[in-house]
Design a protein around this ligand. Structure first.
Ligand code: NAD
Ligand code: ZN
Length: 436
């Protein structure tokens, strides 16, 4: 069935459910951004999306974010099978379900999780474990659990990303990676709660357990780093040092709670030495949200020798190894890592959406601007080239209040925060920058 007629309609939930009944069980033809190879633009193409098999859910993606992990993969830093559909941070509406699916039904609003929660494996059953054995992150196959793909483009099999793939109008996922959320949730706002927000918040609340009055350093002030800053501030940290090589991130980081900004490229000695000197003894909590081994070691060395806790969130290039003096941990420092903020995805993350709706958390300031889906390559280019201002100079969107953003302000915001891809309320694809 051609999808374009569906896309042009802004439908009520009932109308949408009727439309979904027309497509259930059939192959859907829709648009997706295909990554045919690394270091090349994504190509927006017509694809065929198969109906969901047993235990699977087909989702109409309404909003999606562009995360540092998507960028790493496109740069070839992290190995995954190509060609594929990138994107793993998304929100949408269930179009149809496969046999045996019970936790969601057509019409439900959902978040897409790059990490499943099967609720059966030893990881899921452990009170703290969240790295479900059915994950496709460590050694990605890009396929569903039965070893096949649901995406075809120009007759070729297209792989998925982490069992998710959100840079497409429709995706198919396992039920165990789909979280039903409140029907009142604005998908273009809460899509960032599917990865970046829980990753940043959980690193602070669940893994580090930042205490009131403590000192923190955050390496990387992109999407994840900004969420970490927000959570450190909410935890009552007395000092939050932000480290980034892109100084355009600094004003926004300060607005979110950073007290001191450091650009390692402007220092005449290692940044960790400066952090230790600034705090006298090293920080209580350090976070690495970039994805390089040298910045991970720098974060560790920034911590207090006896009780400092370093949390690695950044994803290092495939096959890289951390080298550091073991005395760094022998003295008492703790080195930890976490995925998705240690949240059991399906159990916990929908509750964050409820918290958002109840105004207990406000992640809106983390979203700055949006661009149409067609400009997805510009979003990637901006993500990769911090000096690429010219790229969007002629394409400045109106902001949500209907005020035309100036080129400078728009670009400023874009670089300060991570990039986010969303589809707007009229069901058109949109990209926006997100700062979580
Ligand atoms: P991002 O690109 O928005 O932010 C990265 C920031 O690091 C940018 O502001 C950039 O300017 C800065 N930076 C780059 N090199 C630097 C350097 N040498 N020194 C200081 N700053 C530097 O990316 P993001 O979306 O915030 O993701 C951050 C990391 O978290 C990535 O590695 C991503 O893969 C990872 N990630 C981990 C999880 C998890 O569950 N652990 C989840 C999502 C993303
Ligand atoms: Zn599991």
């Amino acid at each position: 069935m051609e999808e374009s007629s569906l896309l042009n309609k802004t439908s009520t939930q009932m109308e949408q459910a009727n439309l979904f009944r027309e497509t259930a069980g059939k192959v859907i033809t829709c648009r997706a951004a295909i990554a045919w190879t690394t270091n090349a633009p994504l190509s927006i193409e017509k694809i065929e999306v198969d109906p969901p098999k047993a235990g699977e859910v087909r989702i109409k993606i309404i909003a999606a974010g562009l995360c540092g992990s998507d960028k790493h993969i496109l740069e070839g830093k992290n190995k995954v099978p190509f060609p594929l559909i990138l994107g793993h941070e998304g929100a949408g509406v269930v179009e149809s379900i496969g046999e045996g699916v019970t936790s969601v039904k057509p019409g439900d609003k959902v978040l897409t999780f790059p990490l499943p929660e099967c609720r059966e494996c030893r990881f899921c059953l452990h009170p703290k474990g969240n790295f479900c054995v059915k994950e496709d992150i460590l050694s990605p196959t890009g396929l569903m659990l039965d070893g096949t793909s649901r995406f075809t483009c120009r007759g070729r099999k297209i792989y998925n990303l982490y069992g998710t793939s959100t840079f497409t109008e429709y995706t198919v996922m396992h039920e165990i990676a789909v979280g039903k959320i409140d029907a009142a949730a604005p998908l273009e706002k809460v899509c960032i709660l599917s990865c970046a927000v829980p990753t940043g918040f959980g690193a602070v609340f669940n893994t580090a357990k930042v205490t009131p009055g403590s000192t923190c350093v955050v390496f990387g002030l992109g999407g994840i780093g900004s969420a970490i800053v927000m959570a450190c501030k909410a935890s009552g940290a007395s000092r939050i040092i932000g480290v980034d090589i892109n100084e355009k991130k600094f004003p926004r980081a300060r607005a979110l709670g950073v007290t001191d900004c450091l650009n390692p490229e402007n220092l005449n000695r290692p940044v960790q030495e400066v952090v230790v000197e600034m705090t006298g003894v090293g920080v209580d909590f350090a976070f690495e949200a970039i994805g390089y081994t040298n910045t991970m070691v720098a974060a560790l060395e920034s911590c207090h020798a006896s009780y400092g806790v370093c949390v690695v969130i950044g994803i290092a290039p495939s096959n890289s190894h951390l080298f550091f003096d073991p005395m760094l941990i022998l003295t008492g420092r703790t080195l930890k890592g976490d995925i998705m903020g240690e949240y059991k995805t399906r159990d916990s993350i929908p509750k964050l959406v409820t918290d958002y709706l109840q105004k207990k958390i406000n992640t809106d300031p983390l979203i700055t601007h949006s661009l149409p889906f067609e400009k997805i390559n510009e979003a990637f280019a901006l993500f990769q080239d911090v000096h690429g201002n010219w790229i969007v100079q002629n394409q400045i969107p109106d902001d949500e209040d209907g005020v035309q953003a100036s080129t400078e302000m728009f670009l400023h915001a874009f670089h300060l925060l991570g990039d986010l891809l969303v589809i707007d309320k009229d069901q058109n694809w949109k990209e926006c920058t997100s700062g979580i």
